[in-house]
Design a protein around this ligand. Structure first.
Ligand SMILES: *Cc1c(COP(=O)(O)O)cnc(C)c1O
Length: 380
């Protein structure tokens, strides 16, 4: 079956008890046993819950993996992933990371002796150099947040595997509708389902999908041991979100293109970053490894923080808020909001300046998004 069909049907049979076409929300923490340790696969809802199991099977199918695991947040998924790497493990990570991911990496570095090298992975040479020292995990975001850098997943996975490292890709920005890292060689995919997979800004959730069944069993053990699991109700909402992921991503991308084109035409704008623009330095890679360019556009305005404030004040459709990937358009000022925990010098060194805004284009009419941005530019 093709992707849009799998979004609705994969791992989601009609309820065997009643024929309900939607997965029921099993609000039960525990399950009756017919005799000690005789049960129907469900014992306690931290370990497994029927609504969650359906979501996990759907996620595994959509990311072309063997097993999926749902978590209470993207960072809940990440902390569980890190539990698999003992003291002294070495991570080679991309340098432009979701702020909370970096914060957790740094905490594990100080607290548990994790070793981390942050590398600009836009060139495979830089990755190869970092892999001269043995590494256990190569951790990638592509496109990155907020600078939309891309990583050649196939090439980096090959290098990592040659060096004996496991490859994990945070696929939150692209979603499996646009990019499937396991098909390109990754071992693990991570998601904040809070974003596009949930898609309606009404839940916080996360997921891991793994290529190998054995890794699936290991992470299921850790999922139960750590306990960062989502509620059955949140699992239902992510399943409901998945059904429309294909149509939503097409609409997000239409909005993003319209917005990127308006910004690119204004000569005062310092820099428009969108992988779908021919001006993006890695546009050719985007065409090769993605089936689309995503719904996020970043822009550097003139005038630093004051320029950004003037622009933000005139926006009517875009809402100033953290997060992304919902049906409504949101705008974020990374330097003071999502990336405020990154020290200023480091932030500016990688290009997260005070004039940078990240636009998450929703599924409103693209013409209204373009008009909104055009009007806001008038305030500069
Ligand atoms: C939001 C986000 C996370 C963290 O997910 P939460 O659900 O907020 O814990 C991780 N990676 C990326 C790329 C994100 O955008």
């Amino acid at each position: 079956m093709r992707f849009d069909t799998r979004l609705i049907h994969s791992g989601q049979p009609a309820d065997p008890q009643t024929g309900a076409v939607n997965t029921p929300i099993y609000l039960s923490s525990t399950f009756k046993q017919s005799a000690p340790n005789r049960h129907r696969g469900f014992v306690y809802s931290r370990t497994a819950n029927p609504t969650r199991s359906v979501l996990e099977a759907a996620l595994a199918s959509l990311e072309s993996g063997r097993a999926g695991l749902a978590f209470s947040s993207g960072l809940g998924a990440l902390v569980t992933l890190l539990e698999a790497f003992p003291t002294g493990s070495r991570i080679v990570s991309i340098d432009d990371l979701y702020g909370g991911t970096r914060r957790l990496f740094e905490h594990h570095r100080k607290q548990f002796g994790l070793r981390i090298a942050y590398v600009d992975m836009r060139t495979t040479d830089a990755v190869a150099g970092a892999l001269d020292d043995p590494a256990d995990l190569v951790y990638i975001e592509s496109p990155t947040n907020p600078l939309l850098k891309l990583v050649d997943l196939r090439a980096v996975a090959r290098l990592a595997h040659r060096a004996g490292a496991v490859v994990a890709v945070d696929n939150t920005f692209a979603t499996p509708a646009v990019q499937r890292p396991i098909e390109l060689g990754a071992d693990i995919v991570l998601h904040s389902t809070t974003k596009y997979l949930g898609g309606h800004s009404d839940i916080v959730g996360g997921a891991l999908v793994v290529k190998e069944r054995r890794a699936g069993r290991e992470f299921a053990w850790l999922q139960n041991a750590v306990g960062a699991v989502p509620s059955p109700f949140d699992c239902f909402l992510v399943l409901r979100g998945l059904h429309t992921l294909g149509v939503r991503m097409r609409a997000h991308q239409a909005g993003a293109r319209a917005v990127a084109e308006v910004l690119a035409r204004d000569r005062r704008v310092r820099r428009v970053i969108y992988p779908g623009l021919a001006s993006h330095p890695q546009h050719a890679l985007a065409r090769r490894q993605m089936a689309g360019y995503g719904g996020i556009v970043s822009v550097e305005l003139p005038g630093g923080l004051r320029g950004a404030r003037r622009f933000l004040k005139r926006l009517k459709v875009f809402t100033l808020a953290e997060s992304l990937g919902g049906v409504e358009s949101l705008v974020d000022h990374p330097a003071t909001m999502t990336h405020a925990s990154v020290p200023r010098a480091e932030r500016e060194a990688i290009g997260v300046t005070d004039g940078l805004l990240r636009l998450s284009c929703g599924i409103e009419d693209p013409a209204d998004l373009a008009d909104d941005v055009r009007y806001a530019l008038g305030g500069l």
